[in-house]
Design a binder for this molecule. Structure first.
Ligand code: ZN
Length: 291
């Protein structure tokens, strides 16, 4: 791809609203309740995010996988925004059972995270065995949901690609949508060389996005804008707008990415364009399927 081609492609901005690790001690404005998470997601969408990545919490901030919380967040977002909704299937820091990890899928998000392997994650082990990955792929794609293939390390790309001959991935639209998750302690670092190496290993024509943890967030956003990828920002991955300055909220992160894209002339994708790139069923079809 030439630079011209990269800059002509609509840029999908995903915003990860709250995650399961960031705390109110780190940022007093972290969205926690369903109303706060939904309001922040709607704000991110209004600022230019085409997609929002959703975890839910109990009111005291504890990571949760209660279905009612997902249901409330998704309903509140859908009432006011057409952003692509990505539900997490993460482990809540090892708290959730396999069934708990599938909770968001019952409320038909457009997209669901698919963590493509195990790794040391800070001081814990994020466990995603081969048999669990097969089950997870089935749980996601059999509901017509597109898997967002989260790769925290280089070998995880192969873990996902190897499921294609088994018919388990990539998903309903037949398109691959990767999210490279760089900078976790225990995973691949957030640097340009690592990112481009990982890109070289995904199937031809696959779309990719990248997130960088902490200080890597903005840098990885910038590389992806130039290289024809897509970006994830948000308070799940970082709470600082710049060194020593907490971000106002998720909208401020999104606004900066929109500004960067504008500076180099790259268009920002609408939710409809994002669904097309990801291989999601169109919104009308998806909502008919929900009824
Ligand atoms: Zn997440």
């Amino acid at each position: 791809m030439t630079l011209e081609e990269n800059l002509a492609k609509p840029l999908v901005i995903s915003c990860a609203i709250t995650g399961s690790i960031t705390t109110r001690e780190q940022h007093p404005g972290l969205p926690v309740t369903p109303a706060e998470i939904a309001a922040s997601a709607i704000e991110a969408g209004a600022a230019g995010a085409a997609a929002v990545h959703i975890h839910v919490r109990e009111d005291d901030g504890t990571p949760s996988c209660r279905g009612e919380l997902y249901e409330e967040v998704f309903q509140r977002i859908r009432a006011q925004s057409d952003v692509v909704i990505c539900g997490t299937t993460g482990s809540g820091g090892g708290r959730f059972s396999p069934e708990g990890r599938f909770a968001a899928l019952h409320y038909k998000p457009d997209l669901a995270s698919f963590d493509a392997g195990s790794l040391n994650f800070g001081e814990r082990v994020f466990e995603n065995s081969p048999s669990f990955l097969r089950q997870l792929a089935h749980e996601i794609t059999s509901r017509g949901i597109v898997p967002e293939i989260e790769c925290f390390d280089i070998g995880q790309i192969g873990n996902a690609v190897r499921l294609q001959p088994e018919g388990l991935l990539p998903g309903p639209g037949g398109k691959w949508w990767f999210q490279f998750c760089l900078g976790v302690r225990g995973g691949a670092p957030s640097d340009t060389q690592t990112l481009l190496t990982m890109r070289s290993l995904i199937p031809h024509g696959a779309e990719w996005s990248v997130l960088g943890i902490g200080r890597g967030q903005l840098a990885m956003n910038m590389v992806a804008i130039l290289e024809g990828g897509h970006v994830r920002t948000g308070m799940e991955d970082n709470v600082y707008f710049r060194r020593g300055q907490l971000v106002d909220g998720n909208g401020q992160f999104v606004e900066r990415v929109v500004q960067l894209a504008r500076e180099v002339g790259r268009p920002v994708a609408t939710p409809a364009q994002a669904r097309e790139l990801m291989g999601c069923p169109s919104k009308a079809v998806a909502s008919a399927a929900r009824n």
